[in-house]
Design a protein around this ligand. Structure first.
Ligand code: 5AD
Ligand code: SF4
Length: 470
């Protein structure tokens, strides 16, 4: 480490696209370069290093990275001209993994490219770019033999009341439309001990909720505390024993790995939130097969029935692709039907976009763009309707809310704070910043298509409210 690097504070700006795993990785990228003097800032202005943590899952996500890089080039040149100081620009994440060479051709001013499995090497990358004999550029998108989790700093900055914890990476499922098995590589699970250690630290730093993450999180099979193999239910029971941890979630799951023990955990563990993201992708068995999803629509319905039995108040969310090659009108109607049957209360829906190198990219029978657009609009209208109907059922109810941030109006005497319901609704109330980090009862007074508002009812905290509104 160079001498000056230890002493000068530098600004780091990270822009994150894509899934929650990328959000987690961005936090860890900030942790990894902290010893070099980099402090996270929320704007690119004045940044000494800018990292784009990218997503390659759909074409749109990739194109956004290149347009952002165009803007950063101007920033880099202006800064060098005005201050004589070089701003480092790096691309991390799945676009880096998949298109490292293309990035450096299209954007030669990029200083480094690191894949999702190599960002722990960022400190040495920075040193080789800024040291006495600086390299022009560093590209490292290998899948290293050593495990990045063994090389990340143990300490990390507080993520606040609701934290993410990555427990599993990669995917062996090979859905025919998906780049993840290629960009994130084969399935890998961390040890239960290392996960519990990290969870305890997050709780010590104020986390009341932990969302354990993995591309295929319910395929988790890490080394257990007894040296044998532990699966996701084992881990959830162990996490549930952590004092001070009040809420547990896990994302993202595959229907094939939703086994009976995992479903039983939803009956047994009060801390496990009654809201589950379980992507179906399509409601048509023909399309599910072409997607290599390895399950049918009825298999999915059976899982839901079991989940409902285990946890009657559970609500579901999903991912759906419309316009996969060969999708007929009837196939699409089957998708609409499973959306109704599953009573999804939230759902991410996408037009199919071919990803280079995936099997579906070579398929015939493409669906016309205008047909995709029309199907997506119909699907999204149905989902919005179900979501709003669900939200309306909360009117007048008192629900626990974990407040995790001050709202937009904070700073004024009538400050707002924002939190999450058990079902992941954004909930807005007037209240004191002191409630951030706490779970507080809220009476819902207003329901909107994608959020709720209400008043704090817990006695002790109601007085906080008075303080806040003067
Ligand atoms: N086209 C459209 N959507 C896709 N997804 C993944 N790959 C593609 C693709 N090629 C969607 C899936 C997945 C979510 C994260 O992104 O629905 O669950
Ligand atoms: Fe992609 Fe399918 Fe793996 Fe999910 S399960 S990450 S959609 S290959």
């Amino acid at each position: 480490m160079s001498h000056s690097a230890q002493h000068n504070q530098k600004n780091l700006y990270i822009k994150t696209w894509g899934c929650q795993m990328n959000v987690y990785d961005s936090h860890r990228i900030a942790d990894v370069v902290k010893p070099l003097g980099y402090k996270l800032s929320d704007t690119p202005e004045g940044a000494d290093m800018i990292v784009l943590n990218t997503c390659h899952i759909r074409e749109k996500a990739t194109e956004k990275v290149f347009s952002e890089l165009g803007r950063l080039r101007e920033y880099k040149e202006k800064r060098e001209a005005e201050t004589g100081r070089r701003a480092l620009i790096g691309v991390a994440g799945c676009v880096a993994q998949a298109e490292g060479d293309i990035i450096t051709q299209r954007a030669p001013y990029v200083d480094f490219v690191l894949g999702p499995q190599t960002y722990h090497l960022l400190p040495e990358t920075i040193i080789s770019l800024t040291g006495d004999r600086p390299e022009k550029r560093v590209i490292n998108t290998d899948f290293p033999v050593e495990n990045k989790f063994d090389h990340l700093p143990e300490e990390h900055d507080s993520q606040g009341a609701a934290a993410f914890l990555s427990i599993q990476e990669g995917c062996d499922k090979f859905c025919t439309f998906c780049v993840v098995p290629y960009t994130r590589g084969a399935e890998y699970s961390r040890t239960v001990q290392s996960i519990l250690d990290e969870a305890n630290k997050l709780v010590d730093n104020g986390a009341k909720e932990i969302n354990v993450l993995g591309q295929n999180v319910n395929a988790f099979h890490g080394v257990g505390l007894d040296g044998g193999t532990a699966d996701l239910p084992d881990l959830l029971y162990a996490l549930s024993d952590i004092n001070g941890l009040e809420r547990i979630r896990y994302t993202t799951s595959h229907p094939r790995d939703m086994d009976d023990r995992l479903i039983q955990a939803h009956a047994d563990l009060k801390k496990l939130m009654p809201f589950l993201h379980l992507p179906i992708q399509s409601g048509s068995d023909k399309i599910l097969e072409a997607m290599n999803r390895k399950h049918t629509a009825d298999h999915y319905r059976d899982i839901l029935a079991k989940l409902k039995k285990a946890r009657p108040d559970i609500a579901m969310s999903s991912d759906i692709i419309v316009g996969f090659p060969g999708e007929s009108d009837q196939d699409f109607e089957d998708t609409m039907q499973i959306v109704r049957d599953s009573e999804y209360v939230s759902c991410y829906s996408f037009k199919y976009s071919p990803r280079p190198g995936t099997p579906a990219a070579a398929m015939q029978n493409l669906v016309r763009e205008d047909v995709k657009t029309e199907r997506l609009a119909r699907l999204q209208a149905l989902i919005s309707e179900q979501q709003y109907d669900f939200n309306k059922t909360f009117l007048g109810k008192t629900i626990p809310v974990l407040f995790d941030r001050v709202g937009k109006d904070s700073g004024k005497s009538e400050g707002f704070i924002q939190g999450r319901s058990e079902y992941f609704h954004a909930v807005h109330v007037k209240g004191s910043e002191r409630l951030v980090g706490q779970i507080v009862d809220v009476e819902v007074t207003e329901t909107r298509p994608s959020s709720l508002s209400g008043n704090i009812v817990t006695g002790e905290f109601a007085s906080d409210l008075k303080t806040a509104v003067g």
